[in-house]
Design a protein around this ligand. Structure first.
Ligand code: FE
Ligand code: FE
Ligand code: ZN
Length: 278
């Protein structure tokens, strides 16, 4: 099982890999740049090489890069849209140096009252203007909660974006359990049904990563508030049932729960060994 949490790379990649190891993780997620701004650290190729070696040595699964929130590929504003394209281009270039990371997850975007259809078209067009099929990093679209004017809270949205992308083999999906539940998919009482629907619409083979979060809100609330594992509406049983599903067992898991390192360490232990072994 590949499991890790979101970690800050502010001390560099090598230090972050070591931090992951210290909490029992064998992968982690990180922001490619300041999540609310656009600023990226200067690439330290030496640090990246050492981190890659460490990941190999400790048999890590692929790391997961997360795009900053200012990416908005659904925006009608050309400035915003062009910024998203240039940041994605730059992120893909930077990630091409980090062998231990094969995936970049991004939120599809917010249509800002232009409508879902407009958003979908705009997102696909933006991606098409950035990628040429030669990238060694796959872009993962995240399943969203449907707050505000988010695109991507229905599996159909993701499918329609992928359908319009030219290099489809470069696109996958990251399944966020908190978001998907908030969007109205009952992964607690009908996981089988939800996965069947996902498979029919998107294709389970596109699923490359799981954001494992409990939720503070009810099914269908369209709200996005993560809770610690077992402390929200998915509950520990819902979470364990989810990660033990045969179709999901080999997909890497990334925690985005409201925790510090110590909390992540406990959750990783719980998820790896179950509550009988705590
Ligand atoms: Fe996200
Ligand atoms: Fe997420
Ligand atoms: Zn979220």
């Amino acid at each position: 099982m590949y499991i890790g949490s979101h970690l800050s790379i502010s001390k560099g990649f090598e230090a972050t890999v070591k931090q992951a190891i210290s909490i029992g993780a064998n992968t982690f997620q990180f922001f490619t740049r300041n999540p609310r701004g656009a600023k990226a650290r200067k690439l330290d190729l030496e640090d990246i090489m050492v981190a890659d070696e460490l990941c190999l040595l400790h048999r890590f699964g692929s790391l997961l890069a997360h795009a900053p929130y200012i990416y908005n590929f659904a925006s009608k504003e050309d400035d915003t849209w062009n910024l998203a394209k240039s940041l994605l281009k730059d992120d893909l270039e930077r990630l091409s140096h980090l062998n231990s990371c094969k995936y970049l997850v991004m939120h599809p975007g917010n249509h800002l009252n232009k409508g879902i259809e407009y958003g979908i078209e705009r997102i696909a067009q933006g991606i098409n203007e950035v990628i040429d099929g030669s990238e060694n990093t796959m872009i993962l679209l995240e399943t969203m909660s449907g707050k505000g004017t988010e695109v991507g809270f229905r599996f159909e949205h993701l499918k329609e974006i992928i359908d319009r992308v030219k290099y489809k083999e470069q696109i996958g999906v990251c399944f966020d359990t908190c978001h998907t539940y908030s969007a109205g998919y009952d992964i607690v009482r009908d996981l089988e049904g939800v996965l069947k629907e996902f498979d029919e619409i998107v294709g389970i083979n596109r699923l490359k990563a799981i954001h494992l979060n409990d939720s503070m809100h009810e099914l269908g609330s369209r709200k996005d508030r993560h809770a610690c594992i077992g402390e929200g509406t998915l509950d520990l049983d819902g979470i364990l049932n989810f990660i033990n599903h045969p179709k999901l067992r080999d997909i890497p898991i990334f925690l985005e729960t409201p925790n510090e390192l110590d909390g992540y360490k406990k959750e990783i232990k719980l998820l790896k060994y179950g509550y009988n072994n705590l």
